[in-house]
Design a protein. Sequence first.
Length: 732
Amino acid sequence: MARYVKIATVLFTLLVLVAFVNVRESFSYLYGVNIYWVLLSLFFVLSNQILSSFRFEIFLRTFGQRIGFQRSHAVNIYSLLAGMAFFNFFGQSVSRTLLVKDISDADSAVIVTALERIFSLAVLLIASLSAVFFVVGRVSFDYAPGVMLSSMGAFVLSSLIFVYFFQLSGRQRAELRLVFSSGFGRKFFLIIFVIFIMHLLMLGAYLALIVGMAGVDVFSAKAIFATLLTMLGASFPISFGGWGIREVSAGFAFGAANISPALGVGAGIGVGLLSLIALALNVCGIWAAKRCFPDQELQLARARSRTGYSRRLILLLGWIVAPVVVVLMMVQLPIPIASGKVTVNLADPLAIVAGMTFIFVIIQRRAWRDIWRNHYVNWWLLGSAAVVLLSFLIGYVQFGFLSWAFYNRLIGIGILFSYIVVGAFLTALWGEFGARAVAKAVVSSAILIFVFEYILRMILGRDALVALNWAGPRWSGFLANPNSYAFFLLSVLPLPFLFLGSRHWTGLKAWRDAAIPGLIFALLYLTGSRAAFGSVAVFLAIFLMFDARKTIRTIVCGGLYLVMIFTLNEVIIFIVNVGAGDLQIITRPDDFSTVQSDRILSMVEGWKMFISHPLLGAGLGAFYKSQVELNLPLSERALIIHNSFLWVLAEMGIVGFVAIFVPPIMWCVRTFRKMQWRKDPYQCGLLLIMSNAAIMGMAHELVYQRVFWFMLGIFLARPFIMRKQVNRLSHS
């Protein structure tokens, strides 16, 4: 199976390159490269690989695995070769567990690989985003963008600090301090420094080849920007040693920087070839060192490598990753590009790497089938991914490669599956304890996002409000869209309502328990999302049957919040003596009557597309392409179909609709009929998030909302099913 996946990926990459890049010109660049620049680039690549072995040894030492640099270098180089044979992360993880099984803890090899990816991606992502802002977006320390970035950063930092000091128990904080003080916490800055030098070396390798192919004149800030984006694509955890994705990323990145895409592809191919040469040189060096300096410390390494730290870290990551993901999911960062803006969710890098780490742990324990309450969830996920891939291939045959469909839809499926795994692993490992940890993060984030948006709307100028997408009265948090914000709030609302507090609480404690759900209901009103109001009615009905007293207290708290907000707003307007138009921060009832024409247009055109292609659909991205080709102003066209069900019917047909929607609908109907959801918070939560997705999905395209898949993982998994498997170390 892996061989066929690899062949399909390589063939697809070749098709993309041939369709969009002059490959012959790329090879002409390589043919004319100056040999001295090639040797310099090879030196940088070779140094990067040796330094990566040093990084691997540092990480192993933090886990108590002392196997020496010679052995670490051999394991790392062989794992890089395995990463080229199969998906980077999985190939490296599997090979490392096999290579260290005689002398070390196999779990440590998996966690080390994940941490390497997380740290490396984080550093590279920060560098790439900085390049985008300062090179393409020409962002300086101006008032509006500066306020936007600082506000988002302050919110994330404040939320995490608030969770740590006010939501975690003393035992949880002690566990965090113990893990980080006894592990990589003490070597954090050394690890970051090594990773920084590694990226500089790889950047130098790319730039040396580029200068060698096109001359010194091509060296510029935009070349650095394009190279960083290429490196980011090459480091994507699901690739074959960077091959394929590196070349495609180079073509698009260099094109976005107004540099020849063929030059970028040539540099990507050149670095890939030099990486193979460097690996061959390292392998020869390993063999020579083994003959000249036999590994005499093998038995000593077995004796001094201790186990247990990796198991503790897996248990810690099981509950600490999910709350951090929830906080980061609340921030969509707008990135300026040549054709406008694209939004990046801050949680994606962490969710991708953590999700793949947890998948490896689940597969290693052979628990992938047992982790779900319903054993058919695996087949549903596989079937959904298959119809998306089929739809993309249909679109490719019909109208060629469409980058929007490839990145936002096809690659997006893999990202969404990472979120469902993170949520499922939380429940499977920690049960209700994990759900309460995430619920406490929701509490902190809800309080802080309300305070941030209210205060900033009162004190910021219009330019800063426009940068934050807060120019209108509808509240949107840091998600840049009021409807997405409302969907997020409703998706996480079941956690504090179902998992915090107790039915037996009375008095002040009971009212305090209802305060946060009440605040979320108040925020939902401020978003002005009409579709969300339909979901609110269903939520209240289900909440009443689950816990009537808490529901009534929640409604009262929500009403009091709104009265307080409206009253305070009017008082401030009266005191500062300004017109209501300058301080209109509250959504009024008359704001709900406007219907955007693009929504009606999208549904009409979507039905036409479905009728024309009823069985398999028109192909992934077909609607987007049809609207772009109209060459109309953005206000007169719709880029997406504002109905989740109609979108699937239009682009994936009846086959896609049955594969994606019918199984969860059947599960929800069966769950509702059994009526156990009135006592089981997991079944109740599943009904709530499914109902919310169905109702709001009638007016919005919500299939690719990250929070939905994250919550789905929490409620579909079986509590504590993984606890016994993780407690069994895989140390040989």
